[in-house]
Each structure stands twice: as C-alpha cells, then as structure tokens.
Design a protein around this ligand. Structure first.
Ligand code: 5GP
Ligand code: ZN
Length: 114
C-alpha cells in the first residue's frame, strides 16, 4: 500500500488545485501558500528525493520549470520574481518524501514569507 500523499494527489484520490499536468509531471498549488501562487512540481513516478533521480527523469521534471514559471508569472502581472526550491532530506527541511520543487512567486523584496 502506498501511503504517499503526493502519489494520492497525482492519482486524484486527494484533491488539489492543478496548475499543469502531462505524462511525466503534475504541478499543483501548495496547501500552505508561502506567497500567493506557491506551486509544487512533482514527478508522477514516486522518487523520494534528488538522490533517486536518473538523468532522464531529471530532464523530464526540471526541464518543465521555465515554462511553468512563465505560466505562473503570466497569470499575475504583480509577480516580479520567483524562488525555486528543492529540499532533499529531513536535514534540508524536506517534509513530504515524494520529490517536489517549490515555485514561490515574489511580489516585492519585502513579501511576507510564511
Ligand atoms: P517540503 O517541506 O517537503 O519541501 O514541502 C512539502 C510541501 O508540501 C509543504 O509546503 C506543504 O505545505 C505541502 N503539502 C503537504 N501536504 C499537502 C497536501 O495535502 N496538499 C498540498 N497541495 N500540499 C501539501
Ligand atoms: Zn509518492
């Protein structure tokens, strides 16, 4: 049995606000919005962290970042920048152990960052 919360979001068993989806990845809003539009990009294949990627999977996932970042920015002209963060391992503040990349829009350098 797979207890992974992001696998359940990928399968649709747990609802999410989907931003983008293709055969290899899904992107959905983070349940905790560090800033408005905070999005998570995840591989559909369950891998725990960056240490489990091979080059092909890395290409499939990380190559989507530019178009996803542009799409999020295009939705809201107030977005001036973006932090892209990938935490790997408990010591690096990873809390969900299905690899994911945070896209956190920035509106000004004084954004409240939750
Ligand atoms: P991490 O700390 O592992 O880098 O980030 C995990 C992220 O997953 C957190 O920002 C957290 O808010 C988000 N998250 C945890 N559970 C859920 C959920 O059920 N749905 C969504 N959309 N995001 C979640
Ligand atoms: Zn998973």
């Amino acid at each position: 049995m797979n207890d992974c919360i992001f696998c359940k979001i990928i399968s649709g068993d747990i609802p999410s606000y989907v931003v983008y989806e293709d055969d290899d990845v899904k992107a959905f809003l983070d349940i905790t919005q560090a800033t408005p539009g905070h999005t998570l990009l995840v591989p559909k294949q369950h891998v725990t962290d960056i240490f489990e990627y091979d080059e092909l999977l890395a290409t499939k996932v990380f190559s989507k970042l530019p178009i996803l970042a542009r799409a999020i920015k295009a939705i809201n002209p107030e977005i001036k920048g973006m932090n892209i963060i990938n935490n790997n391992g408990r010591v690096a503040y990873q809390s969900v152990f299905h690899s994911h990349v945070h896209l956190i829009p920035r509106y000004s350098s004084s954004d409240e960052f939750k």
